[in-house]
Design a protein around this ligand. Structure first.
Ligand code: DC
Length: 224
């Protein structure tokens, strides 16, 4: 099986680019952030805030997270319900970041991610795919862009979805979340030593996709 690991900070374009790259390659696209978002939703629906002052193992025992591919598109199910749209709000992003710092949550989601890569050719994106989940991935890419460029893209995305917000709070939330994701003890966001760095600050969408496909192709020949 071929696995393409794409890691990087929030708003670097990982999900859109990974989805498009997977389409071109005929691989499945696995958005691992959605798994953490679903677990975050479970904790907020159970009445907990980001402090997560609770019996984490107890909550996880009564939690099921599942990924299904419907018409080639990943949908995420929490305790049997499709929560794919519900997990995309700014508050769900914060809660996902909070739960993702907990080693029990990371362990809870690890096997599912590895199994998907064992059974399928995948493009998998996240924060620790190249470092922890798939250390032997065929290709590792660390995708980044300046904080300003990333916040601008994320702000536009939220506006297009009709989610009310302003640029400054998107920027502040993003910088805070990157800091938290990179400074946690458990599987922090960082570039794997053998990952290729792709900086898309100056690239539009098409150019970023070409850059990624070129990196993949040079190493696998799969994007020919
Ligand atoms: O990629 P995203 O914004 O949907 O991710 C939501 C949060 O989940 C992010 O703040 C960090 C966490 N995450 C993680 O810790 N490890 C992953 N592999 C994917 C996401």
């Amino acid at each position: 099986m071929i696995s393409i690991a794409i890691d990087g900070p929030a708003g670097a374009g990982k999900s859109t680019l990974s989805r498009k790259a997977a389409e071109r390659l005929g691989f499945i696209y696995v958005d691992t952030g959605a798994l953490y978002r679903a677990v975050g939703l479970k904790f907020s629906e159970s009445g907990y805030d980001g402090a997560l002052d609770c019996d984490i193992d107890g909550v996880l025992k009564s939690t099921s997270v599942d990924i299904r591919f419907i018409n080639g598109e990943q949908r995420v199910f929490l305790d049997g319900s499709d929560v794919s749209d519900k997990i995309r709000t700014p508050s769900a992003s914060k809660m996902a970041s909070a739960v993702s710092a907990k080693p029990q949550v990371r362990a809870f989601l690890l096997d599912m991610q590895r199994r998907l890569a064992r059974e399928n050719n995948v493009v998998m994106d996240g924060r620790d795919i190249g470092t922890v989940v798939l250390p032997d991935a065929t290709v590792k890419i660390f995708l980044t862009a300046s904080a300003e460029a990333r916040a601008e893209r994320r702000y536009k995305e939220l506006c297009e979805k009709g989610i009310e917000t302003d640029y400054q709070s998107v920027y502040n939330d993003m910088v805070q979340r990157d800091y938290d994701d990179s400074h946690r003890a458990a599987a922090p966001l960082k570039k794997a030593e053998d990952a290729v760095l792709a900086d898309t600050t100056e690239c539009d969408h098409e150019q970023s996709l070409e850059l990624i496909l070129k990196i993949i192709n040079e190493r696998t020949g799969a994007a020919d």
